[in-house]
Design a protein. Structure first.
Length: 85
């Protein structure tokens, strides 16, 4: 999603970037920086995606860091499951 689409989707749900930032304990500028791809934060991006009801890869398909983090988490879970049996 483009940054403007993310902001519009938040607004459509009745939320603002400032509201989200307050709830997750971040500064609005930090949340905006993630939305506008000026910085990366798996934690913030995943919370944005969760609020939008989407997968992080659907909200930020152009940010490799996020898809790599998801793949790593999935592989770690798979490995734990394999070793538990």
């Amino acid at each position: 999603m483009k940054p403007e689409e993310i902001t519009a989707a938040l607004n459509a749900k009745g939320f603002t970037v400032t509201m989200l930032a307050d709830v997750i304990g971040k500064r609005p500028s930090s949340v905006s920086a993630v939305i506008y791809r000026h910085t990366t934060s798996v934690d913030t991006a995943s919370k944005i995606a969760k609020v939008l009801g989407k997968d992080i890869a659907d909200v930020f398909p152009d940010v490799k860091t996020y898809s790599n983090a998801i793949n790593r988490d999935e592989k770690m879970a798979e490995l734990k499951q394999l070793l538990a049996s």
